[in-house]
Design a protein around this ligand. Structure first.
Ligand code: NAD
Length: 472
């Protein structure tokens, strides 16, 4: 079957998982449907001319408040895409136990065609429209970055919201992914990529899964190919290389793809692109121009990480994917038809609704920080360090041996905000994987990790509906 849209793929995933939950039809329909969509057209003056901008905010599920999800700037934005992404957010939050409903926003522009001041105008006007309809607020709906947006846009959103709500002490919690200097949290920018790394590492640690793929257990020494070197792709690649001992052998960007089976230093590739404006001239690698950039999906490797856009593996190229594992860092990079072909061929897909949940997890930490008005670690860091120092001194005096200065510094280090954020993220990604993997192994009939992830998410959301009741 051909998938006509991203939303259709998401619907097929839901329908495949629903029978494994044992829930009644009516409740399943409520969990599947998108609760509200706000479509807006607003004018912005660009170079003295009025331009009409099309934008959306979709709130998929209100079973928890606030709703949460990124804002995408892309000229491919449309209502179906925004709804599909909002839908994935609800399930994503449920899987990693983040107490939010799902939402997503989109502005239909190519952000790379606008100046910084024009982007600021568009962002502030879009925020004003959301405020007008009560589609934003720390207790209502909390946006975050997505494709084409980042900390800069989040700071503009925060500042606009604050201007309209000077009496809201929790105004900083109206958006996450802000710069650290503007009430952001350390570790948010890297969070999605770091979470992708933890998820891949956890999958690689499962001996039975690796045996099936004919791979050695453990992430170290695995080869990886990454599509897209934006926020998610670049952090996934650098952290996998630096902390996981992975060899990056292929990458792609808008201008094309490069491949070198011997591997390259990913920091060097990113530096090269920043200096020369392209990866294609990177020395020692086979280059594929813009027209052939989709070839990246067919590069030989252990782990393929699509980290750019949806619908990158479909019924046309799924049969040619050579990777043993596809790690969905982007949202919806594999269509339902593509996924069926990969499953038949024994390729393991780590599903987006789990794998890229690191971003929303750390957004949740940022929101908590904003509501508590205090940096994580501020209260206990020095207290812990004093206690650890005393323990080290006791050990030294009891054993008569001196601990080296390097070890002493490591032992007495009290947790900073970044340590706590990374630790919380690691814990979340590990327990998220275990929840999905246990269900996958336990329930006969669940054929892949995505179906297990959807079934888990649907069951968790249904618990809220069942315990709260349907009102009136
Ligand atoms: P980004 O804008 O920072 O990066 C995307 C990159 O992909 C850009 O560098 C762009 O040039 C590149 N790209 C675009 N088209 C391409 C193509 N055809 N081939 C190769 N590269 C291409 O966006 P991001 O925040 O990294 O988001 C990427 C994906 O991850 C999206 O699907 C997004 O929904 C998902 N995601 C992002 C976050 C987050 O926290 N930013 C969280 C969860 C999921």
């Amino acid at each position: 079957m051909r998938d006509n849209s991203f939303l259709e793929s998401v619907g097929r995933y839901f329908d495949a998982a629903a029978p494994h939950t044992g829930l009644p039809e009516g409740l399943l329909s409520q969990i599947k449907i998108c609760n509200s969509v706000y479509q807006i057209y607003f004018p912005v003056k660009i170079n003295g001319e009025v331009q009409v901008i099309e934008a959306y905010r979709a709130q998929h599920s209100h079973h928890r408040s606030p709703t949460k999800g990124g804002i995408r700037y892309s000229n491919h934005v449309n209502q179906e895409e925004v709804v599909a992404l909002a839908t994935l957010m609800s399930y994503k939050c449920a899987i990693v136990d983040v107490p939010f409903g799902g939402a997503k926003g989109g502005v239909r522009i190519n952000p790379w065609e606008y100046s910084e001041s024009d982007l600021e105008k568009i962002t502030r006007r879009y925020t004003t429209e959301l405020i007008r309809r009560k589609f934003i607020g720390p207790a209502i709906d909390v946006p975050a970055p997505d494709y084409g947006t980042g900390p800069r846009e989040m700071a503009w959103i925060y500042d606009t919201y604050r201007s309209f709500h000077p009496d809201d002490i929790n105004a900083a919690g109206c958006v996450t992914g802000k710069p650290v200097s503007q009430n952001g949290v350390r570790g948010r920018t890297e969070a999605t990529g770091r979470g992708v790394f933890y998820g891949i590492r956890e999958a690689c640690n499962q001996a039975d899964l690796m045996d099936r793929l004919g791979l050695k257990t453990g992430i170290e020494g695995k080869t990886m190919v990454v599509q897209g070197l934006g926020n998610v792709g670049s952090h996934t690649a650098t952290i996998s290389q630096d902390e996981g001992g992975v060899t990056i052998i292929g990458v792609s960007e808008v201008e094309g793809a490069i491949y070198n089976p011997e591997g390259f230093d990913i920091h060097d590739v990113i530096r090269h692109r920043a200096e020369h404006g392209s990866i294609l001239s990177y020395p020692g690698a086979k280059a594929f121009g813009k027209e052939e950039r989709r070839a990246v999906m067919e590069f030989e490797c252990d782990i393929l990480v699509p980290a750019a856009l949806e619908n990158q593996i479909d019924e046309d190229n799924a049969a040619n994917v050579k990777a043993k594992m596809v790690a969905e860092a982007a949202n919806g990079p594999v269509t339902a038809s593509g996924a069926a072909i990969l499953a038949e061929r024994g390729v393991i897909v780590l599903p987006d609704i789990y794998l890229n949940a690191g971003g929303v997890t750390v957004s949740y930490f940022e929101w908590l920080k904003n509501l508590s008005h205090m940096r994580f670690g501020r209260l206990q860091k020095r207290f812990d360090e004093q206690n650890y120092r005393r323990i080290v001194e006791q050990i030294e005096s009891t054993t008569g041996k001196e601990i080296s200065e390097r070890d002493r510094q490591m032992i007495i280090h009290g947790a900073d905000e970044i340590d706590l954020v990374r630790s919380g993220l690691e814990e979340t990604m590990i327990s998220g994987f275990q929840g999905i993997y246990d269900l996958y192994k336990e329930k006969e009939g669940i054929k892949d990790l995505r179906t297990a992830a959807f079934a888990l998410a649907i069951s968790k959301i249904s618990n809220d509906y069942i315990s709260l009741g349907i009102w009136p």
